[in-house]
Design a protein around this ligand. Structure first.
Ligand SMILES: CC(C)(COP(=O)(O)OP(=O)(O)OC[C@H]1O[C@@H](n2cnc3c(N)ncnc32)[C@H](O)[C@@H]1OP(=O)(O)O)[C@@H](O)C(=O)NCCC(=O)NCCS
Length: 263
């Protein structure tokens, strides 16, 4: 996609890192479906030029969603020309999360994440299982413990496709006494590490585990040739925002979801 707007390109990389089951191009848009697992994998990526008038593209998006048994949803960059055209076509900001402020897309350098490995982290009791001196491990497959903490249990086939398919994926985790207490997913697209599903069990927060997990994931991704990262934070999430900003990430743009009127 040479000569394409950098925000559109970044959104396409994020879409590659979170692959839908069905992903149909429509000009620079992408019509995506994955059994309802996440808005990102079940919405029209409405960035850039669809190659046909936007109202017509939106009609095709509705037909696509109907055909795949999902609610029609368009994901547009906040305050973009396309977002205005979607509003002009009579679509409404979606009740689907997160609404008004949108989801923040942050980018940053990976060296900052790797080198922020906190000497001050409290790693007491962390199982020394890891590929990283802290005990964190990055594997190519998601363990049961990873899925339990990140997804709340056994994911659907569609969810598993999104989580594991498409590109090089690493599942970072930390455990205490064999129980997973921290997880993160990384997917590599070109020189970009897409970070998602970061979670630390509530009784282990503020020990530096998230920062440590990200350092381990960044080391894994740097070894595979990535140099930058991208991630999404849905507002309000002060903890995650502060964490990523403290690691040198900055907001690149925001997006939000739109639905047809009456949907
Ligand atoms: C966000 C989350 C992963 C942070 O995990 P954590 O292990 O507690 O984070 P750390 O201890 O490594 O904290 C690192 C920094 O993040 C920021 N931070 C973390 N939790 C915070 C909170 N509750 N309030 C404010 N800042 C917070 C701080 O800057 C902190 O540094 P400091 O302790 O030196 O002040 C955890 O709160 C969580 O699992 N939340 C639910 C899932 C989630 O929101 N994931 C992120 C999706 S984008």
């Amino acid at each position: 996609m040479r000569g394409v707007d950098p925000t559109v390109l970044l959104e396409h990389h994020c879409a590659d890192a979170w692959p839908a089951l069905v992903d149909q191009p429509l000009g620079q848009w992408r019509l995506r479906a994955a059994g309802g697992f996440t808005g990102r994998a079940n919405s029209a990526l409405a960035t850039g030029d669809p190659g046909i008038p936007v109202p017509e593209a939106l009609r095709l998006a509705i037909g696509f969603a109907d055909g795949h048994g999902i609610a029609p949803l368009a994901m547009a960059v906040l305050d973009s020309v396309t977002e205005k055209e979607i509003a002009d076509a009579g679509w409404r900001m979606s009740a689907h999360d997160p609404g008004e402020p949108g989801v923040a897309v942050l980018t940053g350098g990976l060296a900052g994440l790797r080198d922020a490995d906190p000497a001050g982290a409290d790693l007491t009791g962390i199982d020394p299982t890891g590929t990283h001196p802290s005990g964190a491990i990055v594997r190519g497959t998601a363990s049961e413990g990873w899925l339990a903490l990140a997804e709340g249990g056994e994911p659907s086939a569609a969810a598993l496709h999104v989580l594991t398919g498409g590109t090089t994926v690493g599942f970072g985790s930390m455990a205490v006494g064999g129980e997973t207490v921290g997880v993160v997913r990384g997917a590599i697209v070109g020189d970009l590490l897409h970070i998602s599903r970061l979670a630390v069990r509530a009784d282990h927060r503020r020990r530096g585990l998230a920062r440590t997990l990200l350092a381990a994931l960044a080391g894994w991704a740097l070894a595979l040739g990535a140099s930058r990262c991208v991630l999404q934070v849905a507002d309000p999430n002060d903890a995650a925002m502060r964490l990523y900003v403290s690691l040198g990430c900055i907001e690149h743009h925001r997006y939000r979801y739109w639905s047809p009127a009456g949907a």
